[in-house]
Design a binder for this molecule. Structure first.
Ligand code: HPA
Ligand code: ZN
Length: 335
């Protein structure tokens, strides 16, 4: 099953580029930029990755991104991620970034997006990995801050496919951002939002009704609401599920209790993603292998997960057909 997963062509649709910051690269860039990290070594930083909820992780995640200053830093970060997922046979990626996590520190929007974009262009040429960039608003900040960020993004709109919503979910409902998401929609961005990771099913409903999302990031708590499950199935709204993230942030106690298999069997359009792989203990294949080991999904469900990824991606029809055909060829031989 491991080799079946390794060879399976995949898309990653829920990935925070700042969450791919491996300790080794973090120390290297910190040294290069003359910044002192509050950890003595790679090992002591690793030891801090013991989270009991989302906020524990976010505190360390924002601290880590503080060392990113130059376009080269963002290039190196993105390049390192792409090399990892190329080895996992990931064929398409949609990368989140948190502009406010950088502009609030005096790093220009242009610096961030150009560094990320340059690495993506190189990976397209070198690895035939296609990609999109999605900027996320930090939901613990107010809506005006998100609106200023949307304005700052305008000159880079040709590089940004969509707008999302991340950071501390509890107490920050989608409703808080309905005006800025209406503006983003009018400007033609794709729309996604984190919802139902720690927040109640009501937040997923708000994301659908008020933000008019095309996909839900996470969506775990939908399983508490039968009517919502039915709606998500009827409307075939993709859910970008992140198993190892859910485990590390104690959204589930163990992977055997993860709802992924039930989600699939109920007809929800779920995909598997790594979220913040440097912090949560694994990239795409590690996520697939962990859920297969815990839930015995079998090849047909694993193939469905891969197919859902390509079907839910924000790509044009030609690229989608190309990737689905590649998946079909693989399954003809290996299923
Ligand atoms: N949830 C919310 N905000 C985030 C996450 C997440 O999993 N990763 C990075 N920012
Ligand atoms: Zn996320």
């Amino acid at each position: 099953m491991k080799s079946f997963i390794e060879g399976l062509p995949k898309a990653e649709l829920h990935l925070h580029i700042e969450g791919t910051f491996e300790p080794e690269l973090m120390f290297k860039i910190a040294t290069r930029n003359g910044i002192e990290l509050p950890y003595e070594s790679v090992e002591s930083l690793h030891k801090a990755y013991d989270f009991s909820e989302l906020q524990d992780f976010l505190d360390i995640y924002y601290q880590g991104m503080n060392v990113l200053l130059t376009e080269q830093d963002f290039f190196d970060l993105t390049r390192a991620y792409l090399i990892k997922v190329h080895a996992d046979n990931v064929r398409h990626v949609e990368i989140f970034f948190d502009p406010q996590g950088h502009t609030s520190r005096g790093v220009e929007f242009a610096t961030v997006i150009h560094g990320i974009h340059r690495a993506l262009v190189q990976a397209e040429a070198e690895f035939d990995i296609s990609s999109k960039i999605i900027m996320c608003f930090l939901r613990h900040l107010d809506e005006e801050d998100a609106q200023r960020t949307l304005q700052a993004a305008a000159e880079f709109k040709h590089l940004i496919a969509g707008v999302g919503l991340d950071s501390s979910e509890s107490g920050n409902p989608p409703e808080k951002f309905k005006r800025v998401f209406a503006q983003a929609r009018e400007q033609g961005y794709h729309i996604v939002a984190h919802a139902g990771e720690e927040g109640p099913p009501e937040y997923i409903i708000q994301a659908l009704d008020l933000l008019k999302v095309e996909r839900i990031d996470h969506g775990n708590t939908a399983m508490q609401d039968a009517a919502l499950i039915e709606r998500l199935v009827d409307e075939q709204i993709p859910l970008t599920v992140c198993p190892l993230s859910n485990l590390k942030l104690c959204v589930v106690d163990n992977l055997a209790q993860h709802p992924l298999r039930e989600m699939l069997d109920r007809g929800l359009r779920v995909t598997i993603n790594s979220d913040d792989p440097a912090y949560f203990g694994g990239y795409m294949n590690a996520n697939f292998i962990a859920v297969e080991n815990a839930l015995s999904l079998g090849k047909n469900r694993l193939a469905r997960l891969a197919r859902n990824g390509f079907e839910a991606a924000f790509i044009d029809d030609a690229r989608r057909q190309e990737l689905l055909a590649e998946l079909d060829r693989y399954l003809e031989v290996h299923l």
